[in-house]
Each structure stands twice: as structure tokens, then as C-alpha cells.
Design a protein around this ligand. Structure first.
Ligand SMILES: C[S@@+](CC[C@H](N)C(=O)[O-])C[C@H]1O[C@@H](n2cnc3c(N)ncnc32)[C@H](O)[C@@H]1O
Length: 294
């Protein structure tokens, strides 16, 4: 048995998490979100939750586990997931994906939209919104009247706290550093020391809570799905199910973008062809939308 991981809180007694409580937390987090908490994450779990326990007036992780497992613990379970998700993101992260949108993908989608088609783009695991706003900027670059067409971006995340930030559309100078100067000038304005996303960007995006390992209250199909730097925290089986669900929502010819350190599993590769770095086109096979099997 490992020594309990502890943390000191400004003059208050040290908090520690034992193996049993950590295993219970890890099981709960995996069940709720698909996120895997390896033993090596014990220190991180203690440091991220110490303040929450203190705010709740709890003295141990045992008490916290009771609270989480209670029938009315849904709200606290959501706060737990918010505390443990990694929300790091930035504008134009992996900028080659945005060049692909501009050069390879958007021209054809915009032509279809001008012909009356419905075009949908999904940023799944959008964190504080930098990803969908970057997508929207590239769209407006090529199609300034996008809002008048049936082109929309759905941006979802499991964590309501990051969605609240995304919905404000306001970013510090540091957070907005990745926005190319030309885009910054056209699509943002500086207000009270913060860069505010323009209404033209905002009207293209709908932010909504969605758990990727739960039910999806959404209607496809999606011509483009961005799900980047999200599944890296999931186990292989959860990743595999997710790729198959995406395959079921992307029509042949549609596109999937994943994070730089993520890979499609073998069964999902049946439905996609590589078109760039961690960029895929839906090509063949028809997965069953309920089981993910072809
Ligand atoms: C590292 S951020 C990635 C943000 C953005 N896609 C990017 O690449 O910059 C990962 C996001 O995935 C979200 N996430 C984790 N598990 C999730 C789940 N089960 N369902 C939906 N979102 C999830 C987290 O809340 C977090 O905001």
C-alpha cells in the first residue's frame, strides 16, 4: 500500500488521500466523464480538491466520497469533474488545422451553403472557447455573410465553468496572444483591458454542455468535427467508442480533426482516410449509430 498523499492548507491540518478513497474517486470520475486518473495523479487530485473540501467544511476525502456518492450528489460530481478536467487551450492551437480549413475545406462547404445546404461544425471539448472562435474567424475570412447562410458551429464541453467563460467571449491579452494580428483587428475589440469577440463571430457559435461519454442531445450530420486534446485523458476503449460515434455523425466526405498526440484506433481507421497531420476525411463504411459497429 502506498503512503497517503497529503497537502497542507495554510495553517489548517494536512489533507491526505488514501488508496481506497483515491480508487473510489477514480472510479467515479471515469464513470462520469471517461477520464482516467492513474495512481500518479494522486498529488494533482489532492491539490486540485483541497480548496473544495475546505469550502465544504470537510476534513477528509472519505467524507467527500460520501457526499459525491449520495443520491443528491450530482451537483458536487459536476464540480469534481470541473476541478479535475484539464482545460488548457489557445487560439489557433495547431494552426495547420486552421490553414486546412481555409485552403481545403471551407471553400467547398461555403459553396454548398450558398446553394442552400445546411452546414454544421462541431467543436467537441471546446474548453474556454478559443477553438470555436478560431474556426469562426477562418469562416468569416472567406464568407463574411456566413450568418445569413445555414452554417453554424456547435461548441460543447462537459465543464459548465469553462463554457461560462467561453460564452462571455472576452479574453485577456495573454489568452488572446495566438490570434493573428489581421484577425484580431477585424474580429475583436479591446474593452476594459480585454479582447472581446465580435458579434459576427458570436452569432455563428452555440455553446452547450455535452458529456462525450453520455447521451448526445444533438442532431447531425456534422461536416467537420474538431475533437482535439480531449480523448488523451480517456482509456483506449472509450476513445474507440467515441471515434465510432463520430463516424456515425460525419457523412462521407466530412472531416475529423484530433489532437497532436492522439490517434484513431484500428476499427475507426476503417471509416477515415488521413488528409493531413491528425486530420481525416470520412471515406467509407457505415457504422451503426447505436452500437458504432459497421
Ligand atoms: C485540453 S482541453 C482541449 C480544448 C481544445 N479542444 C483544444 O484542443 O485546445 C480538454 C477539454 O475536454 C473537456 N472534456 C473532458 N472530458 C470530457 C467529456 N467526457 N465530455 C466533454 N468534454 C470533456 C474538458 O473539460 C476540457 O475543457
Amino acid at each position: 500500500m502506498n503512503a497517503p498523499v497529503t497537502t497542507a492548507m495554510n495553517g489548517t491540518p494536512e489533507l491526505s488521500i488514501g488508496d481506497r478513497e483515491f480508487a473510489a474517486l477514480a472510479k467515479l470520475v471515469h464513470g462520469e466523464s471517461g477520464i482516467v486518473l492513474a495512481d500518479a495523479k494522486k498529488g494533482l487530485v489532492v491539490s486540485r480538491l483541497a480548496r473544495r473540501l475546505r469550502d465544504l467544511g470537510l476534513r477528509s476525502f472519505g467524507e467527500y466520497c460520501h457526499l459525491l456518492q449520495a443520491e443528491d450528489g450530482a451537483d458536487e460530481r459536476s464540480k469534481l469533474i470541473s476541478a479535475l478536467t484539464t482545460n488548457v487551450t489557445k487560439f489557433y492551437r495547431e494552426d495547420h488545422h486552421f490553414r486546412s480549413l481555409e485552403e481545403q475545406i471551407f471553400p467547398a462547404l461555403i459553396a454548398r451553403a450558398r446553394g442552400g445546404d445546411r452546414i454544421r461544425i462541431w467543436s467537441a471539448g471546446c474548453s474556454t472557447g478559443e477553438e470555436p472562435y478560431s474556426i469562426a474567424m477562418e469562416l468569416l475570412e472567406l464568407c463574411s455573410d456566413a450568418a445569413k447562410l445555414d452554417i453554424r458551429i456547435l461548441a460543447t464541453d462537459i465543464d459548465p465553468q469553462v463554457l461560462a467563460v467561453a460564452s462571455t467571449g472576452q479574453y485577456t491579452e495573454t489568452a488572446s496572444a495566438g490570434i493573428p494580428e489581421s484577425r484580431r483587428a477585424r474580429y475583436t475589440s479591446l474593452r476594459n483591458g480585454r479582447y472581446e469577440m465580435s458579434s459576427a463571430l458570436r452569432e455563428l457559435i452555440t455553446f452547450a454542455p455535452l458529456n462525450l461519454v453520455g447521451q448526445w442531445p444533438i442532431r447531425g450530420p456534422f461536416d467537420v468535427i474538431f475533437c482535439r486534446n480531449v480523448v488523451i485523458y480517456f482509456d483506449a476503449a472509450t476513445q474507440e467508442r467515441l471515434w465510432q460515434r463520430f463516424a456515425g455523425l460525419i457523412p462521407v466526405g466530412g472531416h475529423l480533426f484530433i489532437g497532436h498526440s492522439e490517434r484513431l484506433g484500428r476499427s475507426a481507421e476503417r471509416f477515415f482516410t488521413t488528409t493531413g497531420i491528425t486530420q481525416y476525411r470520412r471515406t467509407h463504411g457505415s457504422p451503426d449509430p447505436t452500437t458504432g459497429a459497421s
